[in-house]
Write a protein that binds this ligand. Structure first.
Ligand code: GAL
Length: 242
């Protein structure tokens, strides 16, 4: 009997012992907040099952609330600063998640449609951009930008829509990325694809150990030779940027 109790105790607690604390960072200012309930609902079902997931929503909609979700007050900056300045937002609230095991950032207008699990765990995880899995990516070509990638550099072009890794690694890389964005701004330069351009420059020098295919940033209305796991939803870009 005692042995049986001990056995049941272990079976019940082993999953808890191996569960990781994972944060999902979502910037959703202005109209983007409307995507968040659906995104979080889909993540509750498909994102890191068996782990302890917490959502952090960076938004100017302070009335927004959702279970297991922390609101990080964050002003709308206007296009393209809403995307470019995301590194700054993640850094600003780092104390909230610096002790987590893993941190991932994803666009607000995404939807998990299949399990995205332990395969994303690593020091640095990046997803090959769906538009460039068999061609050269749209790197920054202005040598004056700190996101510049020379014609002979760059193997994979990664999307800015979903990436992350070990919390300590993700938070450390933010310092470099923020300094580069700020320096570019001082020089009146905005890299062609904003934060995504800087991420790609950074990953050339600091390659991700987990590289995933475009299943994890799959444009909703495209037909790609990959299973769908995380959809990038169709949206009227112009309308969203107003
Ligand atoms: C587009 C995407 C942009 C950027 C660009 C890179 O498809 O909407 O956010 O990633 O590709 O070329």
């Amino acid at each position: 009997m005692v042995l049986r109790i001990i056995f049941i105790f272990f079976i019940a607690f082993i999953p808890l012992l191996s569960a990781k604390q994972v944060g999902l960072l979502i910037v959703a200012t202005g109209k983007y907040i409307k995507f968040v309930p659906g995104l979080i609902k889909s993540a509750e079902k498909h994102f890191c099952p068996g782990h302890q997931v917490t959502f952090f929503v960076f938004t100017d909609d302070l009335n927004f609330s959702h279970p297991n979700t922390f609101i990080m007050p964050h002003s709308r900056l206007g296009w393209p600063y809403d995307t470019l300045m995301r590194f700054h937002a993640y850094k600003k609230y780092k104390d909230q998640y610096k002790d987590f095991d893993y941190l991932y950032a994803c666009d607000a207008d995404m939807l998990f449609v299949d399990t995205v699990g332990d395969e994303i765990f690593g020091n640095r995880m990046a997803v090959i951009h769906p538009g460039f899995y068999n061609s050269r990516g749209s790197y920054e070509t202005n040598p004056k930008s700190l996101a510049y990638v020379g014609p002979k550099e760059g193997k994979y072009y990664f999307c800015g829509g979903f990436y992350g890794g070990k919390a300590s690694v993700v938070l450390k890389q933010l310092d470099v990325l923020i300094a580069r964005v700020d320096q570019d701004l001082k020089n009146k330069i905005i890299a062609v694809w904003h934060d995504e351009s800087h991420l790609n420059r950074y990953y050339i020098n600091n390659p991700p150990d987990v590289i995933l295919n475009p299943s994890y940033c799959y444009p909703e209305s495209w037909n790609l030779p990959f299973p769908k796991k995380l959809l990038a939803l169709d949206k009227p870009h112009e309308e969203m940027r107003e």
